[in-house]
Design a protein around this ligand. Sequence first.
Ligand SMILES: NC(=O)c1ccc[n+]([C@@H]2O[C@H](COP(=O)([O-])OP(=O)(O)OC[C@H]3O[C@@H](n4cnc5c(N)ncnc54)[C@H](O)[C@@H]3O)[C@@H](O)[C@H]2O)c1
Length: 331
Amino acid sequence: MLRVAVLGAGRIGQIHAANVAASPKADLVVVADPVEAAAVSTAQRLNSEFSTDPYTVIGRSDIDAVIIGTPTDTHVPLTLAALAAGKAVLCEKPLDLDQNKANAAITEIEKTGRPFMLAFNRRFDPSASEMKRAIEAGEVGDVRQVVITSRDPSPPPADYVRRSGGIFRDMLIHDFDMARWLLGEDPTEVYAIGSCLVDARIADLNDFDTTMVVMRAPSGKQCHINTCRHASYGHDQRIEVFGSKGMLQNGHVRPHTVNRFTEQATGSQAPLLHFFLERYKQAYELELEAFLETLQSGREMPVTADDGRKALALAEAALRSVKTRSGVAME
Ligand SMILES: NC(=O)c1ccc[n+]([C@@H]2O[C@H](COP(=O)([O-])OP(=O)(O)OC[C@H]3O[C@@H](n4cnc5c(N)ncnc54)[C@H](O)[C@@H]3O)[C@@H](O)[C@H]2O)c1
């Protein structure tokens, strides 16, 4: 059994803590959060210890792995402290909003040679991993285009947007990672447009709520990412992979599969799962399983710090493309 500490007992930390507590491969030893009430309530619910001091937890000799679900600006110091203390780390995305700081930290992380995984959870969604398997098995032949649609049910509060680093670093970071993973290549040309069509407060913060990104990989493969901070019908998550021998579609996930036919409408289905915590519930569980299994087997982590570096570089390029109204070539 791997002995695990979870740092941060907010939205994502609670998910990770519950998954650790449920895993047969791990013991949830302690949940740490400077907000005592948050640490206590998660720890009590999951029968673990609690702490208000993450650094004391990192220093404990009875911890093998640390999961970091704290605010983004704490990821680098907590990760480096945990790796220096000999722990394995699963850290939430992004490592940092500042590309230079993130890249410097990634170099440090790689130098330690210790197990580190970045939490790009969507790779572990069963539909996404089936797409990847089918592409690698040649089922759709040579991939020509990947089309990703990622729309949220409602925009976040202005205060979140202010600290988020903007839609490309905050929201599309998952889509840039998905694009690289499914294309099997790193895009070298990025063209992006952004608008504010949902919430004027987002425009006041010099950010966008509606974007389109088009990218080309060195082989010529193309990718198109659509995003919006608001979709009236819920969390709209779809991916299409088009190749020389066919197409793969990863469609909507609903709480049940009942299809209604009445006088008013035919083919009417239940609303979509509300947001990421519901839509990607299984992905978070499988992400944790992959982390624990990789630790036990000693293999290379399925998502590396370098994946974080490359997704962030695409986010920076997209932002530059919007600002300069021109395509950006990746170095
Ligand atoms: N992979 C995903 O799908 C996903 C989803 C949501 C959030 N995230 C990422 O997870 C991180 C946390 O987001 P959230 O929405 O859970 O935030 P949140 O504000 O809900 O929770 C953060 C928690 O961390 C605590 N905290 C602050 N400093 C700490 C420290 N030094 N040590 C321990 N705990 C500390 C806060 O008190 C709070 O309880 C962010 O980096 C975000 O980008 C990822």
